[in-house]
Design a protein around this ligand. Structure first.
Ligand SMILES: Nc1ncnc2c1ncn2[C@@H]1O[C@H](COP(=O)(O)OP(=O)(O)OP(=O)(O)O)[C@@H](O)[C@H]1O
Length: 754
């Protein structure tokens, strides 16, 4: 039914980066390194002691015990890392910093924290992950391995979602996003409550990871130097801070040098082989090639079963592959193995991601279409086949005028996502998602030559992304980016661009001192622009409304559901929410109307099920994604707490107390709300040109209003917007109209308030 693509098996299916490093460390510095060479993990007999029975673990109350599912202890014992357990522990005990390199799936992320817990080195351990889905799913897995409910001994902390026990000493292993740990440092600069910080997937070089590493160097200096004896050994029980840097694809030498020649520990061996195939010819259309190879796999490996994970760059590609695959999946005869297509991208809410981690129904193959959120750390149960398109979306700072790269900064730029070829490191990580529960296969839709020509590792985010939010957090720690001992220094221009943005927002004074406004902004787990809008809302008496809007904008799920063949019904159903001021107040009207629906369902005393059904039906009727609204309500609850801590009244509203939540916002109220938002979004503003396009006020780009905006075609004189979308044109998305005169007063106002 579908033409096939020629793929050739690769003669070498191990990680070449790893092999090269492994040989070199053997040859060059045998004494400085520790080798844990496990070629045949299946023959390993060294049992892992049952951690649930360890003395530390027994401190947890009995009600926090759960039965460890059968087979888990055996699975742990058979991991390649098991044989190196004692040496890894010994090594971490001996050194402040350890670099640990091991093949994908060898057991680093799940086992090392448990080893540290069992050995007593880790009283409290934090393990960073670049992505929230990895942090939450790993915490769940390790809780199961420990036989304790999630959120007790093992927990996680990601933005807007904390699952750990606040009592000291209860949560011992915490999986956190790197951003959350940077945030934690703002209240506890030396991270005093942790004994060990594990930086996992360090090869990704996120901005937060780089900032964390530099800050950890400082924290170690402060915490460890005072607790050494004359010989430089740690005094017993003095609780130094230890750092472990882990990855399968890291430039270990560079990290070792950065940490004063920290030792590198290599864990050799993978548990299951992964056979890699490359396309014989380059593929022009990667979405089409991916769907074709999926059917090749499905038809070839019929008896064996096993789920398929396809890596695509972004949500749009995923949606088009999903449509295509679902269409053909429906045509499968009942007797054939069925196909269950599941998208996976960052803005998909956690509840929709759940089926991805559940076993496929009988006689069915899961086909997961993922962005690079599934690239590192994750074990998706059942996945045996990986199809890698070789493409990803990469965040890059676009300066005004369209040039990419933070180096060309100067203000007025935005982070944007561009599709590009992946690196060798990503290709190896992607292949590593197969072969975790048994032998696997990886089908690369690019040639072997193309693989060899790829750069080894991604460019660090610090060299290509906006530094604004990271710089603000550092300022709160009393530190300047330029003072930090970073692995790679960003360009002077990029730093200046971030400083300028923070100054325009009123977060920094003209002498670059952190202002009170800046300090307050950093307390919000938000981009500085949104945090500034919330602070500005106090002056306009509309905090409640701005919190609603910012919560909707911060939700990972999209609020508006677009059904291309029902455009007219959509316009009609949503007409009552539409605000002439633009998309932000329209969002507010939706949120308020939803609150009314929730309140009336509660007031009528309807049963929980009926109330839920009523809310769902209301969302369906208005083509709204209820998940986005539920998520926004949760986010608002958290932002409300931050406001209360800062003594900001979160209920200050342009509406009287007796007003119904379905009352439509008046012109005067609209004006206040949009002005408060504009205090945050002033850099994202543009003026109408005679030809109907808009020219950025703080940049050179010409932008158009996105077709999804209520202001599309309205030709208002000036707008502010949340983001720019780069397709064949540059579009401003989530747009509001703002009086031109407002900008004349803005700079002076910001500085006055700071
Ligand atoms: N949720 C899970 N369900 C089933 N098995 C799992 C799960 N999580 C981990 N495993 C098993 O534990 C093994 C080790 O996983 P772990 O994440 O510790 O490896 P890793 O060395 O950190 O890999 P990577 O470098 O890819 O992150 C997996 O290969 C898999 O066999």
């Amino acid at each position: 039914m579908i033409a096939t693509i020629s793929l050739t098996p690769s003669p070498r299916h191990d990680n070449p980066l790893f092999k090269k490093k492994f040989r070199r460390q053997d040859d060059e510095r045998p004494n400085k390194r520790l080798k844990t060479n496990v070629q045949d993990a299946s023959s390993s007999q060294s049992a892992v002691s049952d951690s649930a029975g360890s003395s530390k673990a027994s401190q947890n109350s009995k009600r926090n015990k759960k039965k460890i599912p059968s087979g888990i202890a055996e699975q742990r014992r058979d991991l390649p890392i098991t044989k190196g357990k004692d040496r890894i522990i010994e090594h971490i005990r001996e050194h402040d910093v350890t670099i640990l390199i091991g093949e994908t799936g060898s057991g680093k992320t799940t086992q090392v924290p448990q080893y540290l817990l069992e050995s007593g080195i880790g009283g409290a351990i934090a393990i960073t992950q670049p992505r929230r889905v990895a942090a939450t799913s790993l915490a769940a897995r390790v809780s199961t391995e420990q036989g304790t409910p999630l959120g007790t001994r093992v927990g996680y902390s990601v933005r807007f979602d904390e699952c750990s026990d606040p009592r000291p000493g209860v949560t011992r292993i915490k999986y956190v996003t790197d951003g959350m740990l940077v945030r934690e440092m703002m209240s506890d600069p030396t991270l005093g409550k942790y004994n060990v910080i594990i930086i996992d997937e360090a090869h990704e070089r996120t901005l937060r990871t780089d900032l964390l590493l530099a800050r950890l160097k400082d924290a170690m200096r402060q915490r460890n130097d005072v607790v050494r004896d004359a010989k430089g050994k740690h005094k017993e029980g003095s609780g130094p801070l230890k750092v472990v840097v882990m990855s399968a694809t890291l430039d270990a030498e560079k990290f070792s040098l950065y940490f004063n020649k920290a030792p590198i520990v290599y864990v050799a061996g993978r548990q299951h082989p992964v056979q890699i195939y490359h396309a014989k010819q380059p593929q022009a259309d990667y979405v089409e090639a991916a769907t074709r190879v999926f059917w090749q796999v499905h038809n070839t490996y019929t008896k064996e079963g096993g789920d398929v994970l396809i890596f695509l760059p972004g949500q749009e590609d995923i949606e088009s592959a999903e449509k295509e695959l679902r269409h053909f999946a429906k045509l499968l005869p009942d007797s054939a193995m069925q196909v269950f297509v599941l998208p996976m991208y960052a803005s998909l809410p956690p509840s929709s991601q759940r089926p991805i981690f559940a076993p496929a129904p009988p006689h069915t193959r899961k086909c997961i279409l993922a962005t690079n959120i599934a690239e590192t750390s994750l074990t998706i149960p059942g996945v045996r086949f990986v199809i890698d398109t070789g493409k990803c979306k990469e965040k890059r700072f676009m300066v005004a005028g369209g040039a990419a790269g933070a180096a060309a900064g100067g203000g007025g730029g935005v982070d944007t996502l561009l599709t590009r070829d992946i690196t060798q490191s990503s290709a190896l990580q992607r292949a590593g998602r197969a072969g975790r529960e048994g032998p696997g296969y990886c089908f690369r839709l690019y040639t072997e030559d193309a693989f060899r020509a790829m750069p080894a590792a991604p460019e660090p985010e610090i060299l290509r992304c906006s530094l604004t939010s990271g710089l603000l957090q550092l300022k709160c720690l009393g530190q300047d980016l330029q003072e930090l001992d970073l692995i790679d220094m960003p360009s002077v221009d990029a730093v200046h661009a971030a400083l300028k943005t923070l100054w325009l927002l009123g977060a920094l004074s003209s002498t670059q001192e952190l202002t009170r406004t800046g300090h307050q902004m950093a307390m919000f787990p938000l981009e500085p622009t949104y945090a500034r809008a919330i602070l500005a809302s106090c002056e306009f008496g509309c905090t409640r409304e701005v919190l609603d809007i910012v919560s909707v904008l911060s939700a990972s799920a999209k609020l508006l559901v677009d059904v291309s063949d029902q455009r007219e019904s959509i316009v009609e159903e949503r007409a009552k929410f539409r605000s002439l001021s633009g998309d932000h107040v329209t969002m507010l009207n939706i949120m308020r109307a939803y609150e009314e629906v929730c309140a009336s369902a509660d007031a009528e005393g309807s049963t929980k099920g009926a109330g839920k059904a009523a809310r769902k039906e209301w969302c369906r009727k208005h083509f709204l994604n209820e998940r986005a609204l539920i998520e926004a309500r949760n986010i608002r609850a958290q932002l409300t707490q931050t406001c209360e801590r800062l003594k900001i009244d979160p209920q200050a509203s342009v509406f009287s107390k007796s007003a119904s939540t379905s009352d439509i916002v008046t012109d005067e109220a609209e004006d206040k709300i949009v002005k408060a938002l504009a205090h945050g979004l002033a850099q994202n503003s543009a003026f109408l040109q005679p030809d109907g396009t808009y020219k950025q006020t703080m940049g050179r780009s010409t932008v158009k209003i996105h077709p999804s905006s209520v202001l599309c075609g309205k030709k208002v004189p000036a707008v502010v917007y949340d983001e720019l979308v780069f397709t064949s044109q540059v579009y401003a998305r989530n747009v509001s109209s703002i009086p031109k005169a407002f900008f004349a007063t803005l700079g002076a106002l910001n500085q006055q308030r700071s």
